[in-house]
Ligand binder design. Structure first.
Ligand SMILES: [Zn+2]
Length: 144
C-alpha cells in the first residue's frame, strides 16, 4: 500500500508541475490577433510557434511521466529505497536453460526484483520476490 501511495504522490507532484508549466505557457504566450472581428481562434493548429511549443510541452509531460514510472519500477516494495547491485544472470546463448535477466536487491534485504531482458512473447512484468526478515533467523538462534 505504501508503494502505491508513493507512486500516487509522485504522479500528483508531477501532474502539478506539468499543470503549472502549461499554465505558464498559456499565461505568457502572446495572444494572437483575432482572425476577423470578434472571432478569436484557438492558437493551437493555427499558430505554428504555439503549436511547436505545445509539442515540446507534450514531450516534456511524457518524459516526466516516463521518469516517474521508471524510478518507481526500481524501488523496494517495502521500504521504497532504490534497488541496488544489478546482477546479470542467465545467458543469451542458452535461452532455454536460463533466459537473461537482471536481478536487483534491496540494500536492507527486503526482496529481489528480477527484470527479464529477453521478451519474446510480449512484455513481461518484473518479478518481485519478498525475503523474510534476515534478522529474525539470527535472533532465533541466539535465544536458544
Ligand atoms: Zn527494502
Amino acid at each position: 500500500m505504501r508503494f502505491w501511495g508513493y507512486l500516487a504522490a509522485k504522479l500528483a507532484v508531477g501532474g502539478g508541475v506539468a499543470w503549472s508549466i502549461g499554465w505558464a505557457i498559456n499565461r505568457w504566450y502572446p495572444t494572437p490577433a483575432p482572425f476577423m472581428r470578434n472571432i478569436r481562434q484557438d492558437p493551437f493548429a493555427h499558430d505554428l510557434a504555439y503549436t511547436l511549443v505545445m509539442l515540446g510541452y507534450f514531450l516534456l509531460c511524457l518524459g516526466l511521466f516516463y521518469l516517474i514510472l521508471r524510478d518507481q519500477r526500481l524501488r523496494c516494495r517495502t521500504c521504497l529505497r532504490r534497488l541496488r547491485m544489478p546482477v546479470a544472470t542467465g545467458s543469451w546463448t542458452h535461452v532455454l536453460l536460463g533466459p537473461p535477466t537482471i536481478e536487483y536487491i534491496c540494500p536492507y534485504g527486503h526482496g529481489t526484483l528480477k527484470v527479464p531482458e529477453l521478451q519474446i512473447g510480449g512484455p513481461e512484468a518484473p518479478d518481485w520476490q519478498a525475503h523474510e526478515d534476515i534478522w529474525k533467523e539470527l535472533f532465533s538462534e541466539t535465544k536458544r
